[in-house]
Design a protein around this ligand. Sequence first.
Ligand code: IPD
Ligand code: CA
Ligand code: CA
Length: 269
Amino acid sequence: MKYSNELEAAKKAASEASKIIQKYASDQSFDIDLKGKNDLVTDADVASEQKIIQILLQAFPGDHILAEESSVKSTLPAGRVWIIDPIDGTTNFAHKFPRYCVSIALWEDQQPKVGLVLEVASQELFTAVSGEGARLNGKDIHVSKNTDPSSSLIGTGFPYRSLHLVDNYLQLFKRMMDKTHGVRRPGTAAWDLCNVACGRFEGFYEYGLSPWDVAAGALIIQEAGGVVCDWEGGENWLFGERIVAGNSSLRDFLLKEIQDCFEPEQLSK
Ligand code: IPD
Ligand code: CA
Ligand code: CA
């Protein structure tokens, strides 16, 4: 299988990071800093990111790194880039709420090639390699076949840093309450996307995201038969800060609802 060495390295890095995070969680001895309003970072984020980078660069010394705690969010360099979120769901982690993930993706020539999301508390391991399908703990997964919004479960993320679009968001949220089975907000975008990939959620939408939140989960959805796009229906979801995902019917439904509730100039950054 192509990229099998890369997937193995990502698994090893995630497993070692997960041990570090679990140790901090069980000791409950970590410092919490604020990078901005409601933007938390702990010692566990920094230590686990360093371990991931060390393992990946040991295996692939020429590769680039785009990692939340040690890189500037800009554009993807040419060639191979590992996109890393050491803890996606730091607010959950800091509050002992058990949904937080290690997210690791390899992109090459602007395309996702490998994606891995490990939910630390449950040890659910989602993986995908481009063209090879998606797996949960080694078993093939697929997006939901349900195309009816009224019996669909939808995932989202609540705005909690910049609130300037919150009125539009709440209008959309009200529509979702009315038109679907319900809305869930687990607090880790990487795992939310994996919940679409394995059919728990029919669709997902959020704005205010960073590349490391979505780089792995989006490939896992695509390899599970789903689709992702930005809020204009285009491909700029890695750096565009807005994503909508699902099986293709629910993605189309969500995209239309989003475009009804936000002004055209609010659909991109
Ligand atoms: C956050 C989580 C959260 C999402 C935020 C992200 P972090 O990542 O994915 O679910 O709503 O937008 O920033 O800060 O915990 O790595
Ligand atoms: Ca994140
Ligand atoms: Ca993070």
